[in-house]
Design a protein around this ligand. Structure first.
Ligand code: UT7
Length: 373
């Protein structure tokens, strides 16, 4: 439940990430597998994007199922109960439904009765927009325990006949818990922005009120993502560089002091262009695009998870999170990592122990019948 504190009771305090969770569906779709679906090649995909494989959720598996598993892991790692949560925010472009929100569904599945819950829609910047909302609630004293999730079933809105987009995306979810932390740890600065003049370069036209679902919209393929890749690429480099430089300069942090840079995982070449211009060493940058592709709002939390689990971020380290996405939207958050190495949880803690299946869901057609593999 959110707190109704009086203005006098509220004072700015530091908010920090106190736990992380992740869930990736176990079924792997490699570039070689994609060669059998569209006219592409492993060489082209690796060279132009850095992606080698991505995960695909099973038929019938919902986005809220992925979010639930990632959230349960974050809660278990922190030793929190779902009933303790004041607020749940889910960033997603692939909600189970438009109404109600994915966060409502997640709250119900978790048993977080009474917690405020809503979705944030800001495409690939969605997770940082949602985190901004959670951090602000904790800083203001309106909330003490906030769950922020980035969760996507991108393979459900991918046109498997369009090689220029279908090789890029994957499914997955990441979750963080926010709570008050002592200074100097926690979130130091945040920056959000957008330029709506670019709405046409990356969009899914149908399914909203402008083009409600109809035979015509389905025939036209308007329920899939459409993208002007090269245009988005240029805008991405420009906006991520601008956000990064602004946050570092206005907080007087030299790039060399960063313990970890995590950028939205859309294309390895975009991240390399940005980090090279910032003067960062490869050891300061954490990526997971090679294994998971672009999981939209899940890229940043799953990278934080990986960096934490692999010991690439330590308590007190400066961390810069930067994203851009459809809209055009962009976002950055500069923080000092607030936790030491989080406990590794055994499967007996009730966490997922799924095994991969060797068949792909029907939605990956056209292409050969995946069930025959
Ligand atoms: O998080 C959402 C934000 N999304 C992004 O940030 C994506 C940003 N854009 C990109 O990452 C890149 O623009 C892409 C990876 C999407 C495309 O790479 P590109 O180097 O910009 O390629 P292109 O679109 O300029 O296409 C170059 C060639 C074309 O062939 P021609 O016309 O030169 O003969 C394409 O038809 O590559 C061809 N092509 C492919 N070939 C093999 C496009 N996609 C493929 C493919 N396999 N999958």
């Amino acid at each position: 439940m959110m707190k109704g504190r009086s203005r006098r009771d509220r004072r700015i305090r530091r908010a920090g990430i106190v736990s992380v969770g992740k869930y990736m569906p176990p079924t792997v779709l490699t570039n070689r597998d994609l060669e059998e679906i569209v006219d592409t090649s492993d060489d082209w995909i690796v060279e132009r994007t850095g992606i080698r494989e991505r995960r695909v959720a099973r038929s019938g598996e919902r986005q809220s199922d992925l979010a639930l598993k990632a959230s349960r892991e974050a809660l278990a790692r922190a030793g929190w109960d779902a009933e303790d949560l004041d607020m749940i925010i889910v960033a997603t472009v692939t909600p189970d439904y438009i109404v109600p929100s994915s966060a409502n569904t997640l709250a119900g599945k978790l048993g977080a009765i009474g917690a405020a819950s809503s979705d944030t829609l800001a495409a690939c910047s969605g997770f940082l927009y949602a985190m901004h909302q959670g951090v602000t609630a904790v800083e203001s004293g309106r909330a003490d325990r906030v769950l922020v999730v980035g969760s996507e079933l991108m393979t459900t809105i991918t046109n498997w006949g369009d090689r220029s987009t279908c090789v890029l995306f994957g499914d997955g979810a990441g979750a963080i818990l926010l709570a008050p932390v002592p200074e100097p740890l926690g979130v130091v600065d945040m920056l959000l922005g957008s330029d709506g003049r670019y709405e046409e370069v990356l969009r899914m036209r149908a399914g909203g009120s402008a083009f409600p679902a109809s035979h015509e919209t389905v025939d036209k393929g308007w329920h899939y993502l459409e993208m002007e890749g090269p245009e988005v690429f240029k805008l991405a480099v420009r906006s991520m560089l601008q956000v990064s430089s602004t946050l570092l300069e206005r907080n007087r942090i030299k790039p060399s002091r960063l313990g970890c840079f995590i950028g939205h995982q859309a294309n390895l070449r975009i991240i390399e262009a940005v980090t090279k211009r910032l003067g960062l060493k490869p050891t300061q940058v954490y990526n997971n695009i090679e294994r998971y592709g672009n999981t939209t709002s899940a890229t940043i939390p799953t990278c934080m998870y990986g960096a934490e689990m692999e010991g690439k971020i330590k308590k007190g380290d400066w961390v810069l999170l930067v994203s851009f996405g459809a809209g055009l939207t962009w976002a950055g958050i500069l923080l000092r990592w607030a936790v030491g190495r989080l406990p590794r949880l055994e499967e007996k803690a009730g966490l997922p122990s799924d095994t991969a299946v060797d068949t792909y869901p029907d939605r990956l057609k056209p292409g050969r019948d995946r069930q025959e593999r």
